[in-house]
Design a protein around this ligand. Structure first.
Ligand SMILES: Cc1cc2nc3c(=O)[nH]c(=O)nc-3n(C[C@H](O)[C@H](O)[C@H](O)COP(=O)(O)O)c2cc1C
Length: 182
């Protein structure tokens, strides 16, 4: 199996980080992989925002957890408590993909390029759609003003960092999802 296929096979969603900062060169390699993604008509309808301010990530995390704890349906809050009580899992780096409206597919390709790049560099990572919730919190407008450029909307985020030892393994691929016709 070649290196690319091995990286795809080994990638998993990491939900426990040591908090140790990630080297600048590694972040640069990951974001380069992001902007190397293909896009419809090569429009590149994205902006990547790299947030490495740990205390700011913590502030957002606390804000989301507080909001979730007060919701009528506490299932997401309970799931997060089972995962260590942090919606961003103590990750030291968050790479946000801000997108132009209606470009979800392009966003997905960018984030997967970055997830694979991070995995290939020995870094834990997880795609984080739930980051969206931080904009619904009491501090949501402040977070949005800082993180999302004018004319763009939140697409998805990638959390990146060094995994703790108790991190998990990849999901079992389900080959029954593949159909050969003819
Ligand atoms: C669009 C998208 C959004 C996701 N959002 C979250 C999230 O907010 N939090 C989280 O822990 N995992 C999130 N995930 C990770 C999935 O839960 C994960 O990919 C899935 O359970 C399969 O596990 P694996 O990535 O380890 O193979 C997201 C994945 C995708 C593709």
């Amino acid at each position: 199996m070649n290196e690319t296929l091995q990286t795809i096979k080994n990638r998993y969603s990491c939900r426990s980080y040591t908090g140790e900062p990630v080297e600048k060169e590694k972040i640069e390699a990951i974001t380069l992989a992001g902007v190397q993604a293909p896009s419809a008509l090569n429009k590149q309808p994205w902006q990547l925002i790299v947030l490495q301010d740990k205390s700011y990530i913590e502030e957002m995390d606390a804000s989301v957890m507080d909001m979730l704890s007060k919701q009528q349906d506490t299932s997401t809050y309970e799931r997060m408590m089972l995962r260590g009580g942090k919606v961003f899992y103590n990750a030291p780096c968050m790479i946000i993909i801000a997108k132009e409206a209606g470009t979800d597919l392009d966003t997905g390709i960018v984030v997967e390029n970055m997830a694979l790049a991070a995995s290939s560099l020995g870094l834990g990572n997880v795609i984080c759609g739930l980051m969206n919730l931080s904009f619904d919190t009491e501090k949501g407008d402040k977070f949005k003003a800082k993180l999302i450029p004018d004319g763009y909307e939140f697409g998805v985020a990638l959390l990146v960092g060094y995994a703790t030892e108790d991190s998990k393994t990849p999901h079992e691929p389900d080959l029954s999802k593949v159909k050969y016709i003819g």
